[in-house]
Design a protein around this ligand. Structure first.
Ligand SMILES: *Cc1c(COP(=O)(O)O)cnc(C)c1O
Length: 353
């Protein structure tokens, strides 16, 4: 069976919108899209008077080379958040289908499912935040069309072993799409599972430029998947998702200098993460620092609320993750510059009044 048989039949059948930009090819005098013939003030050669390419070729080729996929296997959108939303809308019929997640995990999977009126089936991670493959598979009903696995997981920081991903893929063939969210994989010891794409047509991998590539403000993320899945999602994607200035910012980040810089920053975050883990573990009031393969640490405190207030009073904002299952005493602290991290430690070392 084709993976497309898991998708909503009405999406497979619909006639997609065909934009002027898609239909134009090779002309010099562009009078087909009701754009302004004049660039705006301050445009500086960018050409913002024209609609952008729906999938900018230069960016798609750069990202395909970076991630090791063919360009037909890649969809660029407004952050991986958009890819999550597109997947849910294309695969889950409202009021009928479901997604499966493993809390505590990233919140957007459930939010997108609820907007689509798809059910959210939860199989909690174990107490040590490992993923129980058998429990996940036992919970997969015929309604489940998408299984999301976040690795390294936000907010716990742990990675799901590749062997678990492969077991899930083998068992889910013909039943559901496995969506592996690798937002933090650049910070991990083990690499991506993207090389499995050619073996499993029901695998989809999410990557983002928001974390390791320092481009959260440009809102660019990718879905790597079977070419047929990419084509399907393009049917329901708005015609011009990527603003020209954002694409330009991303291309600049992938220059040779940009790549060197990103690699240096990733190495710094990894080193600082281990340093912070050791230093935080030694502080009074800290119960545990969860092992992390991402650019943050989940830290259990005796009095998490008071610690959050103390940091805030010093101008340091961390994430309260106490609403997540199994993290009722925890804060999530992003790894910053060495100076920022030192400030966190200094504040936490001050005796409380
Ligand atoms: C930050 C994050 C993303 C990235 O979202 P973007 O929309 O690409 O900025 C995706 N997944 C997880 C788990 C994240 O923590």
């Amino acid at each position: 069976m084709s993976v497309l048989e898991l998708a909503r039949p009405e999406i497979r059948a619909m006639q997609p919108y065909s934009s002027a930009r898609m239909e134009a090819s090779g002309g010099q005098v562009l009078l087909n899209a009701n754009e302004s013939a004049w660039a705006p003030t301050g445009d500086d050669g960018l050409g913002c008077n024209r609609y952008p390419e729906p999938q900018p070729a230069a960016l798609v080729d750069t990202l395909a080379a970076l991630y090791g996929v063919r360009r037909e296997q890649l969809l660029v959108g407004r952050g991986s958040d958009e890819a999550i939303d597109l997947l849910v809308r294309a695969f889950c019929r409202a009021g009928a289908d479901a997604i499966l997640i493993q809390p505590p995990t990233f919140g957007m999977y459930a939010v997108c499912a609820r907007v689509q009126d798809a059910d959210v089936i939860e199989v909690a991670l174990a107490d040590d935040f490992t993923l129980d493959v058998d429990a996940v598979l036992a919970a997969v009903t015929p309604a489940v069309k998408l299984v999301f696995v976040c690795t390294p997981n936000n907010p716990s920081g742990q990675r799901v072993p590749r062997t678990s991903i492969e077991r899930l893929l083998q068992a889910l063939a013909g039943r559901a799409l496995l969506v592996v969210d690798e937002a933090y994989v650049e910070f991990a010891d083990e690499g991506s599972v993207v090389d499995l794409l050619d073996r499993y047509e029901h695998l989809a991998v999410l990557r983002t430029l928001s974390k390791a590539w320092a481009l959260a403000g440009a809102r660019i993320g990718c879905l790597l998947a079977h070419a047929e899945v990419i084509t399907l999602l393009r049917r329901i994607m708005p015609p011009y998702p990527l603003p020209l200035p954002c694409v330009a910012a991303a291309l600049a980040a992938f220059s040779a200098t940009g790549q060197d810089e990103a690699r240096r920053h990733i190495a710094s975050v990894r080193a600082q993460r281990e340093r912070m883990r050791a230093a935080l573990s030694a502080l009074p009031g800290v119960c545990a620092v969860l092992p992390s393969q991402a650019n943050f640490l989940a830290v259990r405190f005796q009095h998490a609320g008071a610690v959050q207030q103390k940091l805030l009073a010093a101008g340091i904002v961390v994430r309260d993750v106490r609403r997540y299952p199994n993290l009722a005493d925890a804060l999530r602290i992003t790894i910053g510059t060495p100076q920022e991290n030192a400030r966190v430690l200094a504040v936490l070392q001050e005796p409380s009044p």
